[in-house]
Design a protein around this ligand. Sequence first.
Ligand code: 16G
Ligand code: MG
Length: 588
Amino acid sequence: MNLKWYTLLVILSLFLSHTRSLTLLTEKVSPVSQVVFISMANNSYRTVYAFAREMHPKTVKTDIQYGTAGFRTKATNLGYVMYRMGLLAVLRARYKRGVIGVMITASHNPEPDNGVKLVDPKGEMLDQSWEKWATKFANVGDDQLEETINEIIKEYDIPMTDRVEIVVGKDTRPSSPSLAKSVMDGVLALAGKPIDYGIVTTPQLHYFVVCKNTNRQYGEPTEDGYYKKLTGAFKKLRGETYTNGNYKNRLLYDGANGVGAKKIKYFQELLGNTLKIEMFNDAIIGSGKLNYMCGADYVKSQQKFPTGVPVEPNVRCCSVDGDADRLIYYYMDENNGFHLMDGDRMATLIAGYLKEVLEETGIDLNLGLVQTAYANGASTDYIAKKLQVPVACVSTGVKHLHHKALDYDIGVYFEANGHGTIIFSTNAKEKLREAAKNNTISDERRLAAEALLNLIDLINETVGDAISDMLLIETILHAKGWDIQQWEDAYTDLPNRLMKVTVQDRNVITTTDAERVCVTPEGLQAEIDSAAAKYKKGRSFVRPSGTEDVVRVYAEAATREEADELAVEVAKKVHELAGGTGNPPELN
Ligand code: 16G
Ligand code: MG
């Protein structure tokens, strides 16, 4: 190349890089090419690929899958995955023309783990049709990254010129800050605008996304806005009397040494004496490990009182998980007997209460409850027969429950593990607003409509929110004048047992009918059926876990011994027919 051409080329590239750095400062991004280039710092072009290779190289050869709640694994293996999720978030935001959220958390997993999930504009989990793209983005080689970006742009005809916002939140894990930085590098690489919310609960992040996408109609997209909205509604509902009948306004709260421990302090400040929350496992450095022998998952799966919370007979206690999207209540009786109030109990309490208040309003709205196969059979019976509220069963994972709940005017959904919320349709909200303003109806009807409107403000409709759910449960118990034992009296849980079986490839297990029927390996379902038939009220199902490399077995029956026996029998059949590894499972 002669000197004249060379000089011309240099001048041209300097000019382009200058205009590029200017465009990054404006709201619109000019499409230099389909794949945008990065780095304002040194005012030069570098490709997404170069940036990936230099700063966030792919370090793991084995593939990783976008599971039930995003990617989750050892934090040390996640840097490049985070960078790529930053890229994908920008593409999704441009495609949806809205704000997308990225949450960095591994929820109830041990501290060395971490994870990431994307939040869609309406606050829902990333649409399932994009999960395969997330998986592809995470697994392609560094040198295939640009090609993959171009592929998705082409497939969805994504406009690459919008300046989109990506809101990023993280939990309290030591690995979270650097992983958040990787996400933001990915966002910047495609000229998106990262908004760092720092340490927040998962449900707070969902709330921010919805506030931004509804132009603040849902609320102020700030932590302050969130606390004020929820506590304001709570105080209105509680009124001037803080106790009522057997209800006492004192609650022991286990923060799992996570983000829920940090955030409850802001609530307590605003709640004052309306609710006296005594905090334990409160994430003070050195006081206890995240999720270790505490938190909602520990209490539910071990059916044990958590460490760090004082045992006081018959006193209401609750635990949240590491990112505060799950809640479990419990108490210890005077004989040291442990009583668990899980997601099914919360669902029944809430559905029953909503039904009563809805009847008082005289408004015709359809109320429904969504559960998974893990819901205790006794709870399903109680809801369908006693409360006469329709119940639907869907596959495990919040996205499935949330989706189904949208079918109702008032859709309550809860997983037994304590994750759940309520969704109100636009129709329901409009009718309630009309009724609350209507002077021609009785005071009773109008007040009931007002109470439901306040309840809507108390609830985080975007996703299950442990703290918001806790305020809701407290509101209902207060309204009924109940202590925790009266809540428990509704029905008696069938004894149940969960087991894990390790197999060579858990995907050999496929299921249908909301995971209640096993399709492959052939013959396994027949074995489950004949085992369950031997026990009174016997029910069992198996499914591959979406978060761990195991097959899960659930069994329930009329007695503890029978539930245990059934679980072991089914687990052994899984081991035998689905390529079990190690020794056949035994009850531990
Ligand atoms: C995730 C899901 C939870 C589900 C659990 C099942 C979300 C936000 N979380 O934690 O809903 O119950 O996975 O885990 O969807 P498993 O597939 O390992 O049993
Ligand atoms: Mg969680």
